[in-house]
Design a protein around this ligand. Structure first.
Ligand code: C2O
Ligand code: CU
Length: 439
């Protein structure tokens, strides 16, 4: 069967963007929108995305969560940056349904802070039906009174290096304090994407219960009722919101989460939810959303250990490291060889660990088996904690990476490249002298 092709064009440029009435920022983004346009496709489609760079500096685009070929992953290791005035065409099949996103993967701490991100939604063909499907991209900005982006001084640079850049201009879909209008009696699907540099977003809907139905890598097996959920940078969660009753008005907010930063965690409102007149619901929520096969026995022995650390540094006060090095190279893995990685965060602050190009299952968090199966590409590691994850390198050889998704930590060195190699193809990696690269 012919694969269905879906075409998109994204032009990266600088433009004026109103985050509120009369509050105009100089954004960088795609197609003069912040966030960039929502790209939609069906599971199995081939996306053809032409990216034109009209910025004054090079960029490269990463498709966060998509299991694509290494050459399309949009990192400095696998492609040359797209220079100003140049175009690059990304082509890949989207093999999984879920809530994904795209973002700049070059000079990220500046380019993403200014808005270079958007959602990529891959629709599933299950029986799940909701009354509306919304994408909610979480971000924050650190602005001056004149709405220009704040530049650091010695102290604030140090805080930013430590905490990651977190601002108090709170945005959902590029808007400050938007109103989410919905009908009473209806059930909506809300896809949250945390596209901020460093913010930990702990979703709270006035204490009301909601159902979690999906994570980074698509649907859960069953809806899971919760009253809050933590979304760290890079992570996604799909929830069912409603049904509510007419006249209910409440804040969509983030509860304080202490990730051991210099800035103190606060409770912060991001949007208002307003429930209007009743409308009949067409929602259909199956009891079983899909089946997820466990990848490995929960107590499988680790095949690799990774250590994230923050160490004193003469040059930078603190260094952010993986396995004792900055911007490092990890050992290769072989296609078809089940990976069980034990990640240890030896530092005294949280780090969201992100693996490019592959989904993993969490086997243990600090020795505890999670209560449900899920596919993930980003997992938070609290201070001095361990997580054991399992993933399968399928046949997509090439250079991949993992890193902390707090952009300032990634930039400061908390990342590693590694090669996925096909043993059938000989010693592709042997003797190669890899340079350390920020990617
Ligand atoms: Cu969303 Cu390398 O990141
Ligand atoms: Cu980190």
């Amino acid at each position: 069967m012919e694969t269905n092709k879906v075409y998109y064009e994204l032009t990266a440029s600088a433009f004026d963007w109103a985050i509120a009435d009369g509050k105009i920022i100089k954004a960088w983004g795609f197609n003069h929108q912040l966030p960039g346009p929502v790209l939609r496709a069906k599971k199995g489609d081939r996306l053809v995305i032409k990216v034109k760079n009209e910025l004054d500096e090079p960029t490269v685009i990463h498709w966060h969560g998509i299991r694509l070929p290494a050459s399309m992953d949009g990192t400095g290791e696998v492609q040359k940056p797209i220079q100003p005035g140049e175009t690059f065409e990304y082509r890949f099949v989207v093999p999984d349904a879920g809530t994904f996103w795209y973002h700049s993967h070059l000079n990220e701490t500046v380019q993403m802070e200014r808005g270079m991100y958007g959602a990529l939604i891959v629709e599933e063909d299950t029986g799940l039906l909701t009354d509306a499907d919304r994408v909610l991209m979480i971000d924050d900005m650190k602005l001056n009174r004149d709405n220009s982006f704040k530049r650091g001084n010695f102290i604030s640079n140090w805080v930013e290096r430590h905490d990651g850049r977190q601002g108090d201009t709170l945005l959902i879909n590029g808007e400050e304090n938007p109103v989410i209008d919905m009908h009473a009696g209806q059930t909506e699907r809300w896809r949250f994407i945390n596209s901020s540099s460093a913010r930990y977003f702990k979703l709270n809907l006035d204490g009301k219960a909601f159902k979690m139905i999906g994570t980074d890598g698509g649907l859960l097996e069953q809806p899971l009722e919760v009253t809050q959920v933590l979304l760290t940078p890079g992570e996604r969660v799909d929830i069912l919101a409603g049904p509510f009753t007419e006249g209910e008005n409440f804040a969509l907010e983030s509860l304080p989460y202490d990730r051991v930063t210099i800035l103190k965690a606060k409770r912060e409102p991001f949007a208002k939810v307003q429930v209007g007149p009743m409308k009949p619901s067409l929602a259909l929520i199956p009891e079983v959303l899909r089946k997820i096969e466990p990848l490995a026995p929960v107590h499988a022995a680790a095949t690799r250990k990774i250590r994230l650390s923050v160490d004193p540094s003469l040059k930078h006060i603190i260094d952010f490291q993986v396995n004792g090095g900055m911007h490092t190279m990890d050992k290769p893995v072989y296609v078809g060889d089940l990976q069980v990685w034990e990640i240890f965060n030896s530092s005294l602050m949280d780090h969201p660990f992100h693996l490019h190009g592959f989904f993993f299952q969490v086997l243990e968090e600090n020795g505890k088996v999670p209560g449900y199966l899920a596919w993930k590409d980003t997992i938070n590691l609290p201070p001095r904690s361990k997580a054991k994850i399992a993933w399968m390198p399928d046949n997509r050889p090439g250079m991949w990476m993992y890193h902390c998704h707090i952009l300032e930590h990634h930039e400061a060195g908390m990342m590693a490249n590694f090669e996925v190699t096909d043993p059938g193809k000989g010693e592709a990696f042997a003797g190669q002298d890899h340079h350390h690269c920020k990617g």
